[in-house]
Design a protein around this ligand. Sequence first.
Ligand code: HEC
Length: 156
Amino acid sequence: MFRRCLTLSAAAGAVAVASLVVAVGASLAGDDDAKEKSALAKMMIKIDKDTKLVREGTKSLTKFKKANSGKDVAKAAGEIAKYAKEFRDMKEPSEKMKKPFSKWTDLTDRYETAARDMEKAAAKGDFAASQKAWNPLYVSCSNCHGAFRPEVGDGF
Ligand code: HEC
């Protein structure tokens, strides 16, 4: 009887472990689905990080100096600009939003120009010019999100 009891509880234990494995597996799979981002969204997350660096570094002269006298800001702005080449040819957003592809490329070009202007100003160590370059860069993000990403949820 005692032995049978042990066998039973061992079996129950195995079932419990098995269902735990299934549950964990299922929730991991669920998380993966929720985290599945488009190639563009993944790029945007990286762009967002660099944009935050630019934002921080141009907030005050002290912060600008701290950002290697603008060099760190310039580097981040250069990265932001480089992404333009990668997403300029993407057709999906304009197809999805039923808007002309030329609007997409135009907004991409404005974004690239704004990022390059920031890069140039910061590389020169010019705080005033870098601070001035922030708004056009920020606007270049929000203009495109307004047109191609109606469910805007970030600060850009
Ligand atoms: C040419 C258009 C365009 C420009 C310019 C643009 N974005 Fe985006 N962005 C998009 C689109 C479209 C999405 C939605 C992508 C998706 O969900 O597949 C997006 C999504 C995002 C997201 C959300 C990513 C996520 O977690 O899903 C962030 C953050 C973001 N952009 C930041 C920025 C910042 C910062 C800038 C400017 C420095 C910028 N974007 C410029 C089109 C643009």
